[in-house]
Each structure stands twice: as structure tokens, then as C-alpha cells.
Design a protein around this ligand. Sequence first.
Ligand code: NDP
Length: 328
Amino acid sequence: MTAFPAVLINKTDDAQDVAYTEITDADLMEGDVTVRVSHSTVNYKDGLAITGKAPVVRRFPMVPGIDFAGEVDESTHLDWKPGDKVILNGWGVGETHLGGYAAKARVPGDWLVPLPDGLSAAQAMAVGTAGYTAMLCVLAIEGAGVTPDKGPVVVTGAAGGVGSVAIAILAKLGYPVVASTGRQSEHDYLRDLGATEIIDRAELSEKGRPLGKERWAGGIDAVGSHTLANVLAQTHYGGAVACCGLAQGMDLPATVAPFILRGISLLGVDSVMVPKPKRIAAWQRIVTDLDRDKLDAMTTTVSLKDAIQTAETILAGGVRGRTVVEVG
Ligand code: NDP
């Protein structure tokens, strides 16, 4: 059986060990479709999985990589045949099911969506789970009535993956965008993506008042904790905030004041278990609403071996935009 490259996480007595190695088809898990993986990405959750800083991995050994793009190699699933180009995000891949950091992955065909026309596999993974989640957040606030004429949208964790893609999409749709970042060095980058105003994340990251001056019509928050509480407290009457991340913390030290006095909606966004029609719709919107030059500008590409180091960097808040992993 031919061996192929993979990153493998193994559990040791009191820690875990991560290695760039080789596995074979016999190591793959159950599934009716085998995919030749060409690209994966480094998301925040991959950082947690590879470093072991949170108990993301639930099965050992584990191939990390919560998303991938590639071509169907073998299939007994009615929807897929060899040569079909596919994307996978979530469903526990890289957590409970072997993931995208290997040249092959075997998964249930129901988890796959077609690579949309107009995106290459590399571009789809430049978007990756972070960018697809950013799109889900935009769809959430749009659905709650936050349209560009209502006023600005604040994006927290702006220079990260979710934040960068959210800014580019919102700008293309005509929203004024307030970018909240802790990195002074990335102000020009954020303006180039389409931010119309930049604020220091320190303005939002400490305990604030239950209600503040109304500054934005909506928000996309990848940070949680006091930041999300302050975003809610400074949202216009009737506005909506999509919450998808916890880069500052998992807590939400807020009061009910924004909800009961300003009618603000807090919209939870999960990307892992989203039903297939909504996934396909989100990817279609990415095709039309994300400027490709901006996607290129926010993307760095690394080898499979170097993805291990990038996992450390992303948790330290040191990755700008998105990181594609060249796998196959
Ligand atoms: P990144 O690391 O690329 O971006 C996170 C950004 O948050 C950083 O770049 C930084 O932005 C900011 N940040 C980091 N630490 C802190 C801190 N202590 N306080 C305030 N801001 C901080 O990660 P991703 O964009 O890939 O993911 C962002 C979050 O979204 C993660 O928590 C991730 O788990 C979550 N997520 C959730 C998904 C879901 O399904 N709900 C799917 C995808 C991601 P800056 O330097 O500009 O300040």
C-alpha cells in the first residue's frame, strides 16, 4: 500500500506529540468517499488541536486540519465520482475524524460540498473555515436587517482570518466597516481590505458600561468576552451582532441592557454542523461577494510540514489573514 505524507497527533502519557510523517489508506477512517487532498488551511481551531491548548482532538492518533479541498479519488456515494472537485469544512474533521493535513482523506460523502465554479481549490482554502464562517456571519446580520444604509458594522479580531474576510466582504457589499485590532502594524492592510475606520482593540477589551454611545448598526465578533459585551453595548437601537469566536475568551460578561432597552439581537454562528443547503448558499455568496485581489492580499501559503509551526503562531495572535497549507 502506498504511503502518503501526513501530520499526525499522538497522545503521550501527559501531553501530545505532533509529527510530519507518512500514513497509508489503511490508516484512514470509515467513509464512502476518498479524496486526494490538494489544500488545507490553518484555522484557530487547528492551532488549538496541534498545540493541545484546548481539548479539540477527541481521537488519537489524529490527522489535524478542520477543512480541505481536493478531488474525489474513489466513491461509492451517489453524489460523487472520481475527479469531482470538493470542499469540506467542519463535521468534526480534524477533531473526531481524520482531517485535511494528509494527502488523502476518507469521509462520508454527505459532508462534502462541490467546489463552486469561479474558485480554485487554493482560493477555496484561502477562504477556508474562517472565511466561510465570516460569510455565515454576514448572512446572519443581513438576515436580521443590518443593511449598508443602516450604518457601520464593527469587526473584531480584524487582522485575523475571520476578521480579514469579513472586512473584505462587507466592504464589497457597501458597508462602512469599523475594524478593531490590537496590531498598529496592520492598519494599512486593514484599510486596503476596505476598513473605513480603525479602532484599537483595547477600547473594547476591558470591562465596560452596560450601555454606551451607539456607534455601529451591527457587528461581527470573533473575540468574545468583554469585547463582545462592549460591542453589544455600543450597537444602535434594533441592531444585530453575529458572534462566532473566542480569541479573547469564552466568557460573556454582559448585561441584558442592550437586548431589553435597545432591542439588539445576538446571533450565534456555528460553522461545523451547518446543513448542506446553507453551506452551498454561503459558498455561492463567497464567489460573488469576495474580491479575489483582496483574498490574495490576505493569504500566505505554507507547506504541510510548516503548518505545525503556524499552529503555534496563530494562537499567539501572530498570523495575519489566512494561511493555506499545500498538501498534495
Ligand atoms: P485568528 O487567530 O486568525 O484571528 C483572531 C484574531 O483575534 C487575532 O488575529 C487578533 O486580531 C484577535 N485577538 C487575538 N487574541 C486576542 C485577545 N486576547 N483579545 C482580543 N483580540 C484578540 O483566528 P480566526 O480568525 O481563524 O478565528 C477567530 C475565532 O473564531 C477563533 O476563536 C475561532 O475559534 C473562531 N471560529 C469559530 C468558528 C465557528 O464555527 N463558530 C469557525 C471559525 C473560527 P487583531 O490582531 O486584529 O487584534
